[in-house]
Design a protein around this ligand. Structure first.
Ligand code: ATP
Length: 260
């Protein structure tokens, strides 16, 4: 049951986000491990200052361009994503003509259905990857973790994942997919393997991605313009900038001792 959090509470957004995840857990959307993963994310968000940083904004711009220029993009949805940003998933997929696919590390038919319901309630017309629809598999990943929908991730050229497992990201990349990852931890295997790693909180990154995609559409960017943006982006460099930013923040804070 969400508790009352005063408007003035300095950690209001973070606490509201927790409440959404806890409700998602109670409603069987979120896996137990999803709560732990969120805690790890929160720790990195603290280090980043709980804002969309400049390097994250660079990644968001490249990601919006890649999604718009893709032939078959897929937004992959797990329990945490469904609990935190269902409407944004649907909006982003609509803007970029991407498919929406339920893709779980811990698959369970109950959770797949619960996620589909939430996405449908948020306006999704079709949700791939539920039950028998996930009939294809990512080679060399044992059965449950490797299941994907042949209409979605199997044939996709671009896949957006959030809070993803590094092993699966590595396999998607090996299959020739371009992976965009939203992951607060710049050191995670996912962030390291993905071609575009958005080191930001999902709850900030999704609205920012939508805004960028809308901007490119309004400006009528051509396929060539979009591809140019993607080409100009360097994930290693941008990840390095996120790490340097954490380093700089910690150095500054260490010098001051207190920061409240
Ligand atoms: P990997 O397997 O990629 O090395 P991991 O073992 O940490 O990473 P998981 O626990 O499966 O992988 O994934 C959770 C990842 O998602 C963590 O890196 C965590 O920092 C990140 N994360 C958690 N909550 C959020 C959030 N709200 N927004 C963005 N990233 C998040």
């Amino acid at each position: 049951m969400p508790h009352d959090i005063p408007e003035s509470h300095p950690r209001r957004i973070s606490l509201l986000t927790r409440d959404k995840l806890i409700s998602g857990f109670d409603n069987k959307l979120v896996a137990t491990a999803g709560l732990i993963a969120h805690g790890r994310g929160e720790a990195f968000d603290y280090l980043l200052g709980e804002v969309t940083t400049k390097p994250a904004q660079e990644s968001i711009e490249a990601a919006a361009a890649l999604l718009l220029s893709a032939e078959n993009a897929v937004v992959s949805v797990n329990g945490n994503v469904a609990a935190l940003t269902p409407k944004q998933v649907v909006t982003l997929a609509g803007l970029t003509s991407a498919a929406v696919e339920v893709n779980l590390f811990y698959r369970s038919l109950k959770r797949e259905h619960a996620i589909r319901e939430v996405l449908m309630a948020a306006g999704a017309e079709q949700v791939l990857g539920v039950g028998k629809a996930a009939s294809a598999s990512i080679p060399n990943l044992e059965s449950e973790r490797g299941k994907v929908d042949p209409r979605g991730i199997e044939k996709a050229d671009v896949v957006l994942v959030a809070l993803e497992d590094g092993d699966r990201t590595e396999h998607l990349v090996k299959l020739g997919k371009k992976v965009i990852a939203i992951d607060l931890n710049p050191f995670s295997r996912t962030a390291q393997y993905a071609q575009i790693s958005i080191v930001d909180n999902l709850v900030r990154a999704m609205p920012a991605l939508i805004k960028k995609a809308q901007e490119f559409l309004v400006k009528k960017f051509s396929q060539q313009d979009l591809e140019k943006k993607v080409k100009a982006y360097n994930n290693k460099k941008t990840l390095g900038k996120s790490i340097a930013l954490i380093n700089q923040r910690l150095t500054d804070l260490a010098r001051k001792g207190v920061f409240l």
